[in-house]
Every structure is written in structure tokens, then in C-alpha cells.
Design a protein around this ligand. Structure first.
Ligand code: NI
Length: 138
């Protein structure tokens, strides 16, 4: 963490009450910790709209593993985009469904292409790209 800076914030009392409840429920140490984390999430979200940014992200998908051709297609795609795929985690959710989290790195434009190619595979029930952080030294 860099040097800390203090600033004042004014907001509606009822909004502040709701925020304090959120801070308590989440177990943050204080408002500053909660605000810092929210700002980081917000910045990551706005990054995801900058097509030229180089980022690290997650492609999260849920699919039915009984569709055999789907597994081959998903593996083929990960090999096709080898330079962007860092790792993946597979979780067997129940008898039928699997959750896969694919860690990717690269320009948003390219990651969106990978996301589209993966999500449109027949048998994928849901999927999305979550941008985590900017990674310019990639
Ligand atoms: Ni599985």
C-alpha cells in the first residue's frame, strides 16, 4: 500500500446508515477499508470498458459435462488461446454440472473474444468475464 491520504465525504444520512450496516455485516475494520475496496472494484469495472487495457481476469463458466463434445471444444479453445490462458480451476458442482474458472491475461479486446468463443459453446449454461486488475507489465 502507498502513502495514505485523508479526505472528507458528505452523503445522505440514510445512505451513510446503510453503508455502516454494510461495513459491519461484511466485517470491515472501518469505513476506510470498505471504501478503498469498493473504489478498487469500481476501477476494475471501469477498466473492463477500456478495450486497450492489459488486464488479468477470470472467465467463469458453468456447463453440463455430459455433453462430451463440449469438453473437447473447451480444451481446444484453451489451447488455441494459450498465450492468454494462465490457469484454470475445475469444480464438480453436482452429478451433471461443472464450474470452471479460467484465469486469463491480455488486452480486454482479446479476452472478450475468448469469452465469446467459450460462452457460445453448446452446453455452457452461463459464463462471463470478470476483470480483476490492470497488468501493464504483462
Ligand atoms: Ni466436473
Amino acid at each position: 500500500m502507498g502513502k495514505l491520504a485523508r479526505f472528507g465525504v458528505s452523503m445522505d444520512k440514510s445512505l451513510l446508515r446503510a453503508f455502516d450496516e454494510f461495513v459491519m455485516k461484511r466485517g470491515y475494520k472501518n469505513r476506510s477499508q470498505a471504501i478503498s475496496q469498493l473504489v478498487n472494484s469500481c476501477l476494475a469495472h471501469s477498466l473492463s470498458m477500456d478495450e486497450t487495457a492489459t488486464v488479468v481476469g477470470l472467465i467463469v463458466i458453468v456447463y453440463n459435462h455430459e455433453k462430451r463434445e463440449l469438453l473437447d471444444t473447451l480444451i481446444d479453445l484453451q489451447h488455441k488461446y494459450l498465450s492468454s490462458v494462465i490457469s484454470s480451476l475445475h469444480v464438480h458442482l453436482d452429478r451433471h454440472d461443472c464450474l470452471e474458472i479460467i484465469v486469463v491475461k491480455g488486452k480486454i479486446q482479446k479476452l472478450r473474444k475468448i469469452e465469446n468463443d467459450i460462452v457460445k459453446v453448446k452446453g455452457v449454461k452461463q459464463g462471463y468475464l470478470q476483470v480483476i486488475a490492470e497488468k501493464n507489465n504483462a
